[in-house]
Design a protein around this ligand. Structure first.
Ligand code: ADP
Ligand code: RBF
Ligand code: MG
Length: 161
């Protein structure tokens, strides 16, 4: 995939509330504006990379892009599970991510426990892969260091943030 690593940023919106309730794995959802800006060669599926909430620490993440075939969603979503235990929810806060690698396509599992164990193995794979030097260096990228204030006029991937 030519577009990897892919950097993007946006506010966390409310989804269906299924991530944590059904699966025990919360996923922070991006709005349509971020989903619609994905380059054409970023296919649906499961990715891993780094994530940061506002100006906080940078954590490992796994992300699902697509229609969640298990739930038969009609809208394409982009959901990030941050590998960190947060004290509070962070709806409306700015999530910055860099997608660095691809794991697998989305699957339409027949049972919920199959979906959950697939996500757990994605998390294990992401943890391992992100220790590679070429991936570790993206954690230090300036993208995560830029001072972001609401008055600044930053442009990312052609978009004013
Ligand atoms: P929704 O359907 O609204 O996205 P989820 O059940 O998927 O609901 O929960 C996602 C929300 O949980 C996020 O928007 C965020 O505020 C919160 N959250 C807490 N911890 C995490 C985490 N480690 N990764 C992602 N989101 C988290
Ligand atoms: N949904 C699917 O229907 N099929 C999948 O293969 C799938 N894989 C996922 C992998 C990861 C790492 C994550 C975080 C989510 C995945 N999901 C998948 C999405 C899951 O169904 C979604 O997070 C919940 O529906 C909550 O919105
Ligand atoms: Mg979610």
């Amino acid at each position: 995939m030519r577009s990897l690593p892919y950097f993007c940023r946006g506010p966390v919106i409310r989804g269906f509330g299924r991530g944590s309730k059904d699966l025990g794995i919360p996923t922070a959802n991006f709005p349509e504006s971020v989903v619609d800006n994905l380059p054409a060669d970023i296919s649906t599926g499961i990715y891993y990379g780094w994530a940061q909430v506002e100006n906080g620490d940078i954590h490992k993440m796994v992300m699902s892009i697509g229609w969640n075939p298990y739930y038969k969603n009609t809208k394409k979503s982009m959901e990030t599970h941050v590998m960190h235990t947060f004290k509070e929810d962070f709806y409306d806060q700015i999530l910055s991510v860099v997608m660095v690698g691809y794991i697998r396509p989305e699957k339409g599992f027949t049972a919920l426990d199959e979906l959950i164990s697939a996500i757990h193995s994605d998390i294990e794979e992401a943890k391992k892969k992100l220790e590679m030097p070429e991936h570790l260096k993206l954690k230090e990228d300036n993208f995560f260091k830029t001072c972001r204030s609401t008055t600044s006029n930053q442009i990312l991937n052609g978009h004013r943030l």
